[in-house]
Each structure stands twice: as structure tokens, then as C-alpha cells.
Design a protein around this ligand. Sequence first.
Ligand code: NAG
Ligand code: NAG
Ligand code: NAG
Ligand code: NAG
Ligand code: NAG
Ligand code: NAG
Length: 460
Amino acid sequence: MAILSTPFRLFFTAAAAATSLLPSAFALQTLDLSQDFPVGNTDNPDAAAIEAMIDPSIYRLLVIDDGTIVMEYQADSVRDDDEAFHIHSATKPWSRLLIGMIIESPKYNLSMDDKLGDIFLEESAWELVTDETEREIKENITIYEMMTMTDGLMENWEAHPYFGENLAEWLEYYVINGTEKDSLVDIGNIFGVDIDTSDYRETSFIYLILENILSYVVREVTGMTPLDFASKEVFPFLGIDPEKPGFLWRPDWNGTQLFGSGMYLTARQMAKLPQLYLQKGYAAPDQSLVSDDFINASLSPISYSNFGQSSVGMLWWLLGDKDNDPDFPAMVVDPSLPGKIWCGSGMGGQQACLNHETGRVVVVQRNETIPSSQFSLTGAKESDILVIAAMSTDRSFTMSVVDASKSKENGGSDAEEEKEESEPMVGADDPMKEESGAAILGSMAAAVAVGGAALVAAIL
Ligand SMILES: *[C@@H]1O[C@H](CO)[C@@H](O)[C@H](O)[C@H]1NC(C)=O
Ligand SMILES: *[C@@H]1O[C@H](CO)[C@@H](O)[C@H](O)[C@H]1NC(C)=O
Ligand SMILES: *[C@@H]1O[C@H](CO)[C@@H](O)[C@H](O)[C@H]1NC(C)=O
Ligand SMILES: *[C@@H]1O[C@H](CO)[C@@H](O)[C@H](O)[C@H]1NC(C)=O
Ligand SMILES: *[C@@H]1O[C@H](CO)[C@@H](O)[C@H](O)[C@H]1NC(C)=O
Ligand SMILES: *[C@@H]1O[C@H](CO)[C@@H](O)[C@H](O)[C@H]1NC(C)=O
């Protein structure tokens, strides 16, 4: 039985020993992230090699070395530098940062081990959860389980897609195995959930798109919506003005921002989060937003009983990790690249990635309706291959990946075939679109058949 990573557990249950993310050889400068990134010499061989990988689905591609922009591409179709695009599930690491900050703040009382039953004390919150056992299971769910998607909950697409006008409705919306709604166990089976394992809630990963109960945790504990909290405690330090046209973080019907999706940013704004993680949580030399320990915990691989090997931290995905994921196609693992690539990933190939050993950040924004960002039969998505190549500092490797991934020539050729799959998934991530639950489930099942559960999870 796989167990959760020990450093992660220790950090939140006991005083953590100071840890350092960065090897001493690499001394990263701590930028003031409230300012724009400085632009360096973009006329360099790396930039030229990466530019050769641009395919028609890409809106923006940004490469930042040690805090300085060394490559920046923006498609002609992008209206202007301020046009923000939906980052889909790449919203998740932003939301998780809020929870980390709340846990560490002396102003609030929240810990990773707190249970929903301790947090939501009002009876009205639970009024729609009428089954006693279901209620007890839900009250027992910890913040840690929700942050790692091991709480055993599933999204109830059948009953109420995008349902939720208040906390009570969200607490009802998420279903567990073993209730009257357990026909949904079939969804678990698609994802390979080992639901009969005695400690399935501890180690089984079930991907959730919206994760909205956590948004209400933010509200309950801070008295602020996720957007209000971020606007006060996060965005000003990262130079993001949520009042500026373009910025958007979609709320549910209640006015509470979705935890797992719905944020619209530019590539430069997206890059602030991985850069903050490179800077050990410092938004400026004297401005720590979150501790190095939280970042370390977020980026520590977790072993799930049902899901790959060590492939995801706190919803940061590990790409092309040759140590932990020997099955990852060798073609896209650069043998010369030190360390690991961690990415916040969203449907349609939205990526915000970092590599501690090289100090490089890579951000990609794509048009999710163009299929080069969808599954490929090599087992890796085109967007993953591109990121790994852009992270590489070995140009000969980059060029061979370009050849192998056929990205440029093939830009639109499979468009019609894949359209059917990708469109309902846009709906699945977009609560303002009225897609039927059945269509979404159908598309998920189809996608699983094509790409495997892990890839479905990564794409949303
Ligand atoms: C987190 O800290 C532990 C203990 O110092 C270390 O072994 C591990 O590599 C760190 N994780 C990351 C992602 O740097
Ligand atoms: C913090 O919350 C826990 C449980 O949620 C509670 O037992 C404890 O008394 C609270 N502490 C303070 C200082 O409010
Ligand atoms: C909830 O937690 C309590 C205390 O840890 C435990 O006794 C109880 O069995 C749990 N209930 C369920 C349904 O898991
Ligand atoms: C939003 O949700 C909160 C918490 O459940 C609730 O108190 C409030 O009435 C809701 N507001 C609206 C406009 O539905
Ligand atoms: C989950 O549901 C299946 C099918 O209804 C059942 O066999 C199994 O015992 C349930 N597992 C748990 C942990 O409730
Ligand atoms: C995204 O691609 C679709 C299909 O090719 C196209 O119609 C649409 O205009 C593109 N969106 C943007 C913003 O370029």
C-alpha cells in the first residue's frame, strides 16, 4: 500500500525542520514580483529553438531564466498584451496557495488536519445531507485530504452539473461511495479508484474539477471570498490588478469563486506563481507570502494507491520525471535536464511550470479548441512535450523532440476527429456553459479510452 509522503505529513503536524528547495550551486535572485519581469536578451539560440516549436494552438509562450524573460511569443490573433485567457485547472495551485497562507497566518485558525465538521458548525450548512453516514463521512474529511484530492468525494455530474448556490448545496453536490447515489461508483471505476481499500480516502486519488467546498472554507475562516482574500493578500504583491479589464475569476451562482477553475490571466501573470515558488515564497526580498516548507510540501510527490507513481504534489503535476516515472516515454525525458519540472496544468494545454535546478519558468497558453493540445498516442500530451523541450537547456534534445512531436506540420490535421471530444470538456470546466452531465461523462469516458485516466485528470 502506498503511503503519503512523510515530509509532507510532518510539516503540517509537527514543527518542520527548515528545508531548502534550492541547491547551493544555483543562486536565484529574489525579484520584486509586484513589478513586471525584466526582459533580457530575447535574441538567443534557446529562444530560436523554442520558437521553432510554436504550433497554431499557442496564444503565448514565455520562458523566464532566473527572473528575466528570455523568450516571449504572442500569436497575432491575441488582441493585445492585456488579453487574459482561461487557465482552467491551472487555477488550482493559486487556490491552494490561499489555503497555505491561511494555515500559516496567525490571524486565522485553520490547519491541514481540521475537519469539515469542525469548520462548518452551522446546522444549515448540513441540512441537505440527510443520510447520517454520509454526513459523518463528510464531516470527517480533512483539509489535507481535500488539498491532495484524497477525500473520497466525487462530483455529481448526473444530478446537478454546476449546482451550488450556497455551501449546503455544495456539501450535498459532492457524493461519496455508499450512499443512495452510489451508481456514481462507476465513475470511480473509470478512474481506477480502489474504493474497497480500507483506507481508500487516505491514498486514493479522485480528480475534482470545481473543488468548491474549499472556496467556502476560505469564506468561513477568513470572512472573505477567495477573490477578496487574493486581492488583499496575494495579487498586490504579484503585480496583478484584478480590477484591470481582462482579469476574471469566475464565481459560482453564489458569488464565491470556483476553487478549481475559472481564473483568466495573461502569461506574464501566470508566470508569477511558479516564480514565487522558485523564490521560496518570497514575493520580494522582504515579503514572504508563504513558507518554503509549504512550497516544499506542495511540490513533494505523493504516492497514491490508485494513481501512477508519485506524479502529483498538491495539484502541481510532475512532468517527465525520470526518477519517479520510468514509464514516461523516454522520447520526452531530456537526460541532460537536472531535477524535476513541476507544472500547474489546465485543460487544453495551459501550463505554468518551474524547475528549481535551472531556475527556469515556462508558461504556455493555448487555444483549447485546437487539438494539438489534446492527447497524443505517445502517452504524453503535446503540451507536455513542448514544456519539457522548452525547459531543456540541451538544444540538440529540443530539436529531436520537435521532430518527434510533429507539432508544426500537424497543427490542424486531426481537428475534426478530436473536436467532438474536446468540446464537451470545455463545458466540463466551464460552469457558465450549460452542458449536460451525460455529455461530459461520455466525453470523459471517451478520453479515458484514448489517453488513460491520468491524462484526463491532468488535462482538466
Ligand atoms: C523537501 O524537503 C525535503 C527534506 O529536506 C527534501 O528531501 C526534498 O527534496 C524537498 N522537496 C523539494 C520538492 O524540494
Ligand atoms: C481552532 O479550531 C479548533 C478546531 O477547529 C478548535 O478546537 C480551537 O479551539 C480553535 N482555536 C482557537 C484559538 O480559536
Ligand atoms: C469519524 O471520525 C471519528 C473520530 O475519528 C470516528 O470515530 C468515526 O468512525 C468516523 N466516522 C466515519 C463515518 O468515518
Ligand atoms: C452564499 O453562500 C453563503 C454560505 O453558504 C450563504 O450564507 C449566502 O446566503 C449565499 N449567498 C447567496 C447570494 O446565495
Ligand atoms: C462502494 O460501493 C460499492 C458498490 O456499491 C460497494 O461494493 C463498496 O462496499 C463500497 N465501498 C465503500 C468503502 O463504501
Ligand atoms: C481558437 O480557435 C478556434 C478554432 O480554430 C477559432 O475559431 C478561435 O477564433 C480561436 N480563438 C482565438 C481567441 O484566437
